[in-house]
Design a protein around this ligand. Sequence first.
Ligand SMILES: [Zn+2]
Length: 67
Amino acid sequence: MPSTTGLVCPHCGWPDGAEPFQVVSAHPTGAGGTLWTRCACGSLQARVVDGHGTRVVSRGRPTPAGR
Ligand SMILES: [Zn+2]
């Protein structure tokens, strides 16, 4: 159950509550973990996973094409 319903990527509109476009790396901890994901538009997102679900805490800019 996502805790951040109604939030979408400001760059491409990908819902934060949906499956991440691409999981870059996952760092599990005892209480949950940290997840780095890349959006469909190329922006890097840091997500914190805890008992309430997944929360996007940081979001980068889309990756320019050709990089
Ligand atoms: Zn996006």
